[in-house]
Ligand binder design. Structure first.
Ligand code: SF4
Ligand code: SF4
Length: 302
């Protein structure tokens, strides 16, 4: 006789269960499909956001168990969340994916033919710039010396399917960029405050121009309120009365330990109206179980 464990949801256990409301929010409209890189490459419904939500919901409703096949479709997801910003129904895909992957991991369900050695190698190298950098020196030499053209022309990697696939995906490795200065003075009369730039573990090697351009622009950007921070959040009015991507509320510091959180002053992120502001998605933990009826920030011109 099966027993219902409190908090469990179908095939999912009670620890960090995917949200049933989030799963039910999918109306199968398919607007997310063109945004999904795995669907565009593989053309398989179960490798689309809609298909993955369908699988997770089937598990939540106990219509399927946590199977290696399900793990395979979720394993192929890049977690890029391009589907989340495209979705008109506000399906919290990132939260659903992370919770389901945790469940699969905890239950020891792994995709068939998972290449654990390659995964381990990638995880041991790519997040560490002091390992990735030296490896790229070798790859740069391989490309620039003409060896790559020769290997491809003669089909030398044909007997090694996996290595050949990885080699085929290798982008042109750019020349090593000069390191960015530790401190770049701000420019302009209104400049104040200090901004930091995260160089990224792979971006600093593959797209060094992006970091250099970011620094170039930041030195001209005045930071109007260096003592103010904001919290992105969602509430039950999202997508109904307010912007569905969540809103922000400022934290005004009284002293170093206290903050005032006034939801009456919450506002829609500017990025919807003004491209000079970034718009981070609120993390799932920042969801309020009630509606906050508030308007938009109306900054005063000085
Ligand atoms: S856009 Fe959203 S609601 Fe539509 S199919 Fe994709 S996940 Fe479901
Ligand atoms: S997170 Fe990215 S790869 Fe995964 S389903 Fe969404 S768009 Fe596709």
């Amino acid at each position: 006789m099966s027993q219902t464990v409190p908090g469990a949801l179908g095939a999912f256990d009670a620890q960090d269960t995917p949200s049933m409301d989030g799963l039910r929010a999918c109306v199968h409209c398919g607007i997310c499909l063109p945004q999904c890189p795995t669907y565009r490459v593989l053309g398989e419904e179960m490798d689309s956001p809609r298909g993955r939500v369908y699988l997770m919901r089937a598990a939540a409703e106990d219509r399927i168990g946590l199977t290696p096949t399900m793990a395979r479709h979720l394993d192929l997801c890049l977690g890029c969340r391009a589907c989340e910003t495209a979705c008109p129904s506000g399906v919290p895909f990132g939260q659903l994916l992370e919770a389901t992957r945790g469940q699969l991991e905890r239950h020891g369900v792994v995709p068939p033919q998972r290449d654990s050695a390659t995964l381990r190698f990638l995880l041991d190298v790519f997040p560490y710039p002091n390992r990735l950098g030296p490896m790229l020196h070798g790859l740069r030499l391989y490309q620039w010396s003409g060896m790559q053209a020769m290997v491809r022309g003669l089909g030398l990697l044909a007997p090694f399917a996996k290595l050949r696939a990885m080699e085929a995906l290798l982008p042109p490795v750019p020349a090593s960029a000069a390191p960015l200065p530790t401190l770049v003075p701000a420019r302009g009369a209104r400049a104040r405050g200090r901004a930091g730039v995260l160089l990224g573990c792979a971006q600093r090697f593959f797209y060094p121009d992006v970091n250099a351009d970011t620094v170039r622009l930041l030195v001209y950007r005045p930071i109007e309120h260096p003592d103010q921070f904001f919290i992105p959040f969602r509430d039950s009015s999202n997508g109904d009365e307010t912007y569905e991507g969540g809103r922000y509320v400022h934290l005004d510091s009284l002293d170093t330990h206290k903050f005032i959180l006034d939801f009456n002053n919450s506002y829609n992120p500017y990025c919807a109206y003004d491209s000079t502001w970034i718009c981070p998605l609120p993390p799932p933990g920042n969801t309020l179980p009630f509606a906050v009826r508030a308007g938009m920030l109306a900054p005063k011109e000085h």
